[in-house]
Design a protein around this ligand. Structure first.
Ligand code: 5GP
Ligand code: ZN
Length: 114
């Protein structure tokens, strides 16, 4: 499958990994939009939020606890952070493998849409 994030999972494409277990990978975004910008992804290829299945519910719950672990690791758990999932054309999703943007390290803008 020609999926960039699957290649990152398989270590065919290098990345700066922050957290990894058997189901979840977190790595630094190559073009950070904030001082802290980590992408947290399921190792299972789910192309978008719209493709979620009932069987994925536990995995998605787990991703949020992993996000908290990552937030602690990168030092934003106390200061706060924002989690964003882009989906579809209007959501401007570029990489078609479900990913959660963890953003922080500064006071973020109050608005999340322009
Ligand atoms: P999207 O717009 O799909 O929600 O976000 C995709 C994100 O993936 C972008 O923030 C982009 O900077 C990041 N990205 C794209 N290619 C790579 C890559 O090869 N490595 C890493 N670490 N991040 C990438
Ligand atoms: Zn994939």
């Amino acid at each position: 499958m020609d999926c960039l994030f699957c290649k990152i999972i398989n270590k065919e494409v290098p990345s700066d990994i922050v957290y990894e277990d058997d189901e979840v990978l977190a790595f630094k975004d190559i073009h950070p939009a904030a001082p802290v910008h980590v992408l947290v992804i399921p190792k299972k290829h789910i192309s978008a939020l719209t493709e979620l299945q009932k069987e994925d519910e536990a995995l998605i719950g787990k991703i949020y606890t992993c996000i908290n672990e990552v937030a602690k690791k990168v030092g934003v758990f106390e200061s706060g952070y924002r989690v964003i999932v882009n989906c579809g054309k209007d959501g401007c999703q570029e990489v078609k493998h479900l990913h959660f943007h963890l953003l922080g390290g500064k006071k973020l803008g109050e608005k999340i849409v322009e």
